[in-house]
Ligand binder design. Structure first.
Ligand code: ZN
Length: 426
């Protein structure tokens, strides 16, 4: 297995007391070929066969299939193993290069207000442009929105977001609360969360359905809650997942923020205690700057208005996951309602392009997780509904985390249509 050990050059601190500046070489995936391997409920047997090869694993749910990218030097050996495979991606590096062709930031006017142009959703974007996007969008609708920040990341970046309200006035309705990009490499989640925000604001005054939705809830939307990790995917390693927290006693960097929420954090089996693991849970519950800040924001929203719906937007796999992750048998008291709504949401999503989403309780549908956001939001923050949505892609002909820019709009439109069902119905 390839570990993310890019060459690190330590530079002298620039000034007394300044943090050590590290310059890392960009990780190249040129010539990496991505495969989906059918595992038929025996992922261990597949893991044994490929153990000596240089590859990057993608997915954690390996009951049915394992997705990975194999280094160029080992592709021939891999193909000779006789595993049941399909090719996801012939050259991961080439697709990453294609994906990195960010379109210039443009604005347009709606009425008298200058807003980001819809062409924003034709490509992915640099971190700084994401901040500009939200600033400009909010600035065009000052009467019913304001910028918010939960605090700062471990690297000092803002955990920025937007609060949107309707005719009842600011802070008067139950909250709908969205987080995007907790896992750094899940770029489509940023774009989809921004699209939902864009539609809520730009259609409020012209679309009666949207007006009724915004008049019914206070929206709190944070498109990038792991900014340090996200920036790192753009500067250094496109496939980075965790935050960028360094800890004493290990050279491995990063904690999986979605295993760090303070609810049933100490249970075993749903996260890793190995700092080098992709699902490293941290040393203590909520011991990352980001989760501490987000817990504080969540507590404030809960106390002020209560949380009707929380969605943590991820990729990939096309799932709608309801609580709980920590147990495959525990169920929320409103399970029947959760099933009705998640099934209805999946049906509505499919209407746009036929994209199929699987729905069900997180642990029994996918795998066990401890310290995940939906468990915390439902059990501690008493959100009536607290879900994970794993966005595109799913099928064996797709690219995992590197989803082509041409799929951004379809991925976003089908979720918007889903929200036009869920929000008025729940
Ligand atoms: Zn994720």
């Amino acid at each position: 297995m390839k570990l993310f050990t890019a060459v690190q050059i330590l530079l002298a601190p620039l000034a007394l007391g300044a943090a050590v500046t590290k310059v890392e070489k960009k990780v190249s995936y040129d010539g990496y070929r991505a495969f989906r391997i059918s595992t038929h409920n025996d992922a261990a047997a597949v893991s044994k066969k490929i153990a000596g090869l240089d590859f990057v694993p993608f997915n954690l749910d390996t009951k049915d299939h394992m997705d990975l990218a194999v280094a160029p030097k080992d592709v021939a050996t891999f193909e000779a193993l006789g595993l049941e495979t399909s090719i996801l991606n012939k050259d991961l590096g080439a697709d990453i290069a294609e994906e990195a062709k960010f379109a210039p930031y443009e604005t347009t006017t709606i009425g008298t207000a200058a807003v980001p142009a819809i062409s924003w959703f034709n490509s992915y974007h640099a971190y700084a442009d994401h901040q500009t996007f939200l600033n400009d969008l909010q600035g065009a609708f000052p009467a019913n929105s304001e910028l918010i920040s939960a605090g700062t990341s471990g690297g000092g970046r803002p955990l920025y977001g937007i609060h949107i309200w309707g005719s009842g006035g600011k802070g008067s309705k139950p909250a709908v609360y969205f987080h995007g990009t907790v896992h750094a490499r899940e770029w489509i989640s940023t774009m989809v969360v921004e699209y939902l925000t864009y539609q809520l604001l730009t259609q409020y005054s012209t679309n009666t359905t949207v007006k009724a939705i915004v008049d019914s809830y206070d929206f709190y939307i944070l498109p990038i809650i792991n900014p340090d990790g996200f920036v790192y995917t753009q500067t250094t390693n496109r496939l980075w997942r965790k935050n960028r927290l360094t800890r004493s006693g290990t050279s491995c960097v990063g904690t999986d923020m979605n295993r760090n929420w303070p609810y049933n954090w100490a249970l075993t089996g749903g996260a890793s205690t190995d700092p080098c693991s992709e699902t490293y849970k941290g040393v203590a519950a909520g011991d990352t700057a980001e989760i501490r800040a987000l817990v504080a924001l969540t507590t404030t929203i809960r106390a002020a208005q209560g949380i009707k719906l929380f969605i943590d937007w991820h990729s990939y796999g096309q799932y709608i996951l309801t609580p709980f992750g920590y147990s495959c048998t525990a169920r929320p008291t409103n399970q029947a309602r959760q099933t009705t709504l998640s099934s209805g949401l999946a049906a509505r999503i499919a209407l746009s392009y036929g994209t199929r989403f699987t729905y069900g309780p997180s642990c029994s549908t996918l795998y066990a997780t401890t310290g995940s956001s939906p468990d915390y939001m439902h059990a501690v923050a008493t959100a009536e509904f607290a879900w994970t949505i794993e966005l595109r892609p799913s099928s064996g002909t797709s690219n995992g985390f590197v989803l082509a820019a041409s799929s951004i709009l379809p991925a976003a439109i089908e979720q918007w249509q889903g929200m036009l069902y869920l929000l008025p119905t729940m």
